[in-house]
Design a protein around this ligand. Structure first.
Ligand SMILES: [Ca+2]
Length: 133
């Protein structure tokens, strides 16, 4: 045995002669499957091992409304009181959520966070309060 081919989600990502491998560049809160295949100096390769699934932990980020480890954007229309959250995947909008309108323009958003605490709790507030007059 010369080394091992390392596969992530079925795609070869590396070769190594070590018995351990650290995969990098992974997304938070995402499940990946890993497998290996041995190879020899002549280039002969074994079949892939059974895959092992591993999930990366969620990141603790600010303004993560759905606990997926990715920051989201909260919009409030100060004229109409409408409120919308864009759930983000990097710079792309994954989906948007509209929630209760607070029509009184004296109210503003005071903070945000992971309201369902599906990931590690974060320490910012999640309430609206009257603006100072
Ligand atoms: Ca998020």
């Amino acid at each position: 045995m010369t080394g091992y081919k390392v596969f992530r989600n079925g795609v070869q990502i590396a070769t190594t002669s070590a018995l351990a491998y650290a995969s990098t560049g992974l997304l938070p809160a995402t499940t990946y499957s890993f497998a290996v295949a041995g190879f020899d100096a002549a280039g002969n390769s074994s079949a892939q091992s059974a895959a092992v699934a591993k999930r990366t932990p969620a990141l603790r980020v600010g303004r993560d409304f759905n606990g997926d480890g990715r920051s989201d954007i909260l919009w409030r229309n100060s004229t109409t009181g409408e409120n919308v959250i864009w759930l983000m995947n990097g710079a792309a909008i994954s989906s948007s959520v509209t929630f209760a309108t607070v029509a009184d323009p004296n109210w503003s958003i005071a903070g945000g966070g992971d309201f369902t605490e599906t990931a590690s709790p974060i320490s910012c507030g999640a309430t609206a309060r009257p603006a100072r007059t």
